[in-house]
Ligand binder design. Sequence first.
Ligand code: ASP
Length: 336
Amino acid sequence: MPNSLPVVAVASLGGTISMTPSDAAGGVVPTLDAAQLARSVPGLADVATITTASLRQLPSASLCHDDLMEALAWAEQQVAAGARGVVLTQGTDTLEETAFLLDLFWTLPEPLILTGAMRAPQAAGADGPANLLAAVRVAVHPESVARGVLVVMNDTAHYARWVSKGDSLAVQAFVSRDGGVAARLVEGGPVFFHARQTRQQPLTRPVRAWPKVALVTAVLGDDGELAEMAVKGGYEAVVIAGQGAGHVSFGFAQRIGALAEQVPVVIASRASGGSTAYQTYGYVGAEIDLVRRGAHMAGWLSALKARLLVAALLASGVAPGALGNALANWSRLTPQ
Ligand code: ASP
């Protein structure tokens, strides 16, 4: 009888899901490839025909933009070759960033799913096999089509736009604080909670080298010196994780005025959820003042995601002067 299961392409990039103990290193390090991961999952072969590739074996902090663009091209090739969906396994430390970066460029309706593990394979209660199985189940499900890049962890699917790592070590590590989770897995399949949203037009592929975009957190007593040093050091844009709804001190605000004449300056919030304000606070260092000084507000984008979007827009050829408008399309959700 011919095998009628859908094909899902799985590629490994490293991370805890692939880590085994090393005496030399004194802890776990990435060693397993996608084929080994797939073989360790009971029941996977009943859900899909799995093809595998090992693209990287890295802790996720050491992944870079170019690694991800290569993974993106690989994923597109798998879909062109007939895959129903694609799963990338990687470290969870940067998962909220990599998912968002890939989502900015993913044009296809087929699901691109990212997953990982909080416990290494030899640990009691290792979650990698369950996460990979769940990721493949989401990848083959018709309801997952045209939702962009999803992160599947702990039987929950998150949109790239909203997901963040909310806990450093717990198995329930990921949250989608503002937009809410995309789906939960129930008895083997995803239950999506909302109809598909119209996705932003994906960005054109980079036409130049990735720019250096600084991310500076505004802290108590901060006068913005670090942001100024970043620009002096050659950073092409600065994202500031501001206090509260996107605020900085009087001294920092003055520096932002001078910096915004040289490079794009974007103000996000250092809080773990919520949008920046646009038209509420009128004091020096608050959003109305900072926008007057030439800064752009990041809206609902976290500082991490705003930094990636700014870099991706500049890399894809958007002129620094046009960045504010491009950013507003992604960041500002206003009452309907
Ligand atoms: N440090 C690991 C990494 O990001 C953590 C993980 O995979 O969960 O590669």
